[in-house]
Design a protein around this ligand. Structure first.
Ligand SMILES: Cc1cc2nc3c(=O)[nH]c(=O)nc-3n(C[C@H](O)[C@H](O)[C@H](O)COP(=O)(O)O)c2cc1C
Length: 200
């Protein structure tokens, strides 16, 4: 891997590697770790699923009242890591500011979710302490009784998407003798990307 063999735009390169991982049979290639930090600098990381990828950045959906949502409201920056074992052992890291996606985008993704997943999202106030699993299941059953029609399961305002808008993206690919390849893209003022090689 070198500066001339990768795309000039790291989002294009991420899309290509993601597709290669999917085609090669990597389970859940769209799984990514998202790290956030609270206003006082306490870091936290968790897996989410990539649900949107375009020139604007990477999108995932969640409960904005969750722990990660609180971090992002205090400190709207994140770091993301993808990791795949096939067809090559690769990692992609992204860093940058985070914005909330539009209501229209969140609505569109909400509408694509199966009914059961919508009920679960409504019943679950993510990251809050709950007494037990039974009480959660009862709330889901209650929703099924109260709102049997799919159209009644509206997106809660607390549920929606975040977009990480990367200013830095790094590609890592395993090489023999642990002399791995690392290429870092940094967004320049004119919108183009500067590609630099980093020591492994
Ligand atoms: C593979 C995988 C994918 C996940 N995808 C999501 C996701 O897309 N959105 C989400 O809110 N949580 C997702 N989760 C759950 C999160 O890892 C986490 O438990 C939850 O979002 C609460 O995180 P928080 O307390 O830091 O806010 C996923 C977990 C795994 C293991």
């Amino acid at each position: 891997m070198d500066e001339n063999s990768v795309a000039a735009d790291p989002i294009v390169q991420l899309g290509a590697w993601l597709e290669e991982a999917r085609t090669a049979g990597q389970p859940l290639p769209e799984a990514m770790t998202v790290a956030t930090a609270s206003a006082d600098g306490e870091p936290a990381a968790r897996m989410v699923l990539l649900r949107g990828l375009d020139h604007r950045g990477v999108v995932f959906f969640t409960d904005r009242s969750s722990a990660k949502g609180r971090d992002l409201s205090e400190n709207p920056k994140a770091a993301v890591v993808f990791h795949w074992l096939v067809p090559r052992h690769r990692q992609v890291r992204l860093m940058g500011p985070v914005e909330t996606v539009s209501d229209a985008e969140s609505d569109a993704y909400w509408a694509s979710r199966p009914v059961g997943a919508r009920r679960s999202a409504i019943a679950s106030h993510q990251s809050e302490v709950i007494p037990d699993r039974k009480s959660l299941e009862e709330q889901v059953s209650e929703l099924a009784r109260t709102f049997p029609a799919e159209a009644d399961l509206q997106r809660p305002v607390r549920w929606g998407g975040y977009r990480i808008v990367p200013h830095t993206v790094e590609l890592w690919e395993e090489q023999p003798d642990r002399l791995h390849d690392r290429l870092r893209y940094r967004r320049r003022g004119d919108g183009h990307w500067l590609i630099e090689r980093l020591a492994p």
